[in-house]
Write a protein that binds this ligand. Structure first.
Ligand SMILES: [Zn+2]
Length: 249
């Protein structure tokens, strides 16, 4: 690290759990963020400010006026621009040292597979089950840690599937691929803006912990937020030996 980096990241370096060694792990890491919306916005901002060396930001949508209430990566002037590009520009303003790749595409399974293989940590900030399952499959295959978040109405949820570990459940252990649960889209159901901020910020925290190898992650636990009462519930998750995705491991 040069002198500027030692200053920029000094409040991390002061933490005994991180120190120079931990910060260097962040600088050497590559985070793949799927979705530059309500969850991806705070997640990307914190990963960039914290000095994750490479960030790939994937989103096939353009910024819409209805996004600005919660998608804090984008400003009014970005309406109509691709979210991935608007996000890349915002991250560059925040921390020009971070190498950000903007992917203006909805990733199909083959593309996801290649991208996940190249990432150190994956953040699922998408808003639909098809993408979530495709991301999970790629993470299981490449044994990459997956930080999964969701937010709708006043409800949030977050978990970590650390697929580097044999005992870790995967996303499909929790939500089997054939279950076809009802999609809960913010576009239809509404979403309380800060809930996406809370969950996305926690996704960043878990990703940074995974990258630096500090503390205990949410692997094996699902946290559920009820923001109307501001209450959290924690549910234990176990790997399902009969899971259609990770069961063969
Ligand atoms: Zn599984």
């Amino acid at each position: 690290m040069n002198d500027d980096q030692l200053l920029r990241y000094s409040r991390h370096i002061l933490l005994p759990e991180l120190g120079v060694e931990g910060q260097e792990k962040l600088l050497a890491a590559h985070a793949l963020i799927i979705g530059a919306g309500g969850l991806g916005s705070p997640a990307a901002l914190y990963l960039a400010s914290a000095g994750v060396g490479r960030i790939t930001l994937a989103d096939g949508d353009t910024v819409d006026l209805t996004n600005l209430q919660r998608q804090i990566l984008h400003a009014s002037a970005s309406v109509g621009r691709p979210k991935a590009v608007s996000g890349r520009d915002a991250l560059a303003r925040l921390n020009p040292e971070v190498r950000v790749t903007a992917l203006e595409e909805r990733l199909d399974p083959a593309r996801l597979d290649a991208l996940v293989g190249d990432a150190t940590v994956v953040l699922d900030c998408s808003d639909n089950f098809a993408t979530r399952h495709a991301v999970n499959r790629a993470c299981v295959r490449h044994r990459r840690p997956l930080v999964s978040g969701a937010a709708v109405r006043f409800d949030g949820q977050i978990s970590v599937f650390d697929l580097r570990l044999d005992a870790s459940p995967c996303y499909a252990c929790l939500f089997p691929e054939d279950a076809e649960p009802e999609e809960m889209r913010c576009a239809v159901m509404g979403v309380f803006a800060p809930v996406t901020g809370i969950v996305g910020t926690m996704q960043a925290a878990e990703a940074l912990k995974l990258l630096a190898g500090v503390g205990e992650t949410l692997c094996g636990r699902l946290l559920l937020l009820d923001a109307l009462r501001m209450e959290w519930r924690s549910i234990r998750l176990k790997r399902d030996p009969a899971c259609g995705v990770c069961g063969y491991r």
